[in-house]
Design a binder for this molecule. Structure first.
Ligand SMILES: [Zn+2]
Ligand SMILES: [Zn+2]
Length: 253
């Protein structure tokens, strides 16, 4: 059996880094929080040592916060940029994503997450480091808040990470996804139709020549919009007619 002298480690790290360890571990990946692709603990540790101004943010998220303060998130965001590019001068992950993918030629898998995804990740880290580990030594800990406000969501009665609040890329960029229908794409089982998107040449079965082709999809939407418009007109017309009738009744003879 091997004993690890925790007091020696704590002494070597100093009081601030020792206090910040919970936040660091949760934010850079643990059993219950995800980690950043391509950034393991050694990389995360080296970046922390080189830029220890993030320590205050790690200390902050190690306590049970009621919300994630902007100043804390900004420090975590800057640290995330440095994880992916230690020389970057960008403060925002979205700016660093653009920089690294456009000028740096990096693939989508080697750039930082979007700000929306990072925020959800940071919330999960606060929940784990502050609301769970942060209360581990309390004799009678306060119950933790519902994880659904902290980067998690309920799906079929089970908790799963709420990765982002943005639209999925495949819905925004059609060339990345397609349907594989073999017959007509007429029902909601067609991935394109159920997402209210037209089929495209890249669809493996229909090749965009189906009842959900760009042209049919456009016409269907036009017909539906016209139907909605006519319903509205009819409703307003009947309302005006009823109004006229009631006014006539009120008129003195
Ligand atoms: Zn289809
Ligand atoms: Zn189709």
């Amino acid at each position: 059996m091997r004993y690890i002298a925790i007091h020696a480690i704590s002494k070597a790290l100093g009081p601030i880094k020792s206090e910040a360890l919970r936040g660091f571990h949760a934010f850079t990946g643990s059993d219950s929080t995800s980690y950043f692709a391509g950034c393991g603990k050694p990389t995360s540790w080296k970046v922390w040592l080189a830029h220890d101004d993030v320590s205050a943010a790690f200390v902050a998220i190690g306590s049970p916060l009621q919300s994630l303060p902007d100043v804390v998130f900004a420090a975590l965001e800057r640290y995330t940029v440095l994880l992916f590019d230690i020389k970057s001068d960008k403060m925002k992950v979205d700016a660093a994503r653009k920089d690294l993918s456009v000028s740096g030629g990096r693939s989508l898998f080697t750039i930082p997450p979007t700000e929306a995804a990072l925020r959800q990740h940071a919330l999960r880290a606060v929940y784990q480091a502050g609301h769970i580990w942060g209360k581990a030594l309390d004799e009678i800990p306060d119950p933790a808040p519902a994880p659904t406000s902290w980067g998690w969501k309920l799906e079929d009665g089970r908790l799963s990470p709420h990765w982002t609040t943005l639209t999925h890329l495949w819905a925004a960029c059609r060339s990345l996804d397609k349907c594989g229908c073999k017959s007509g794409c007429e029902t909601q089982r067609c991935k394109c139709r159920s997402s209210n998107l037209p089929c495209i040449v890249a669809c493996t079965g229909c090749k965009g020549k189906c009842s959900n082709s760009r042209c049919c999809h456009y016409l269907r939407n036009v017909v539906e919009r016209q139907k909605a418009f006519l319903t509205q007109v009819f409703f307003l017309f009947s309302l005006a007619k009823n109004n006229q009738k009631s006014q006539r009744k009120k008129m003195p003879c």
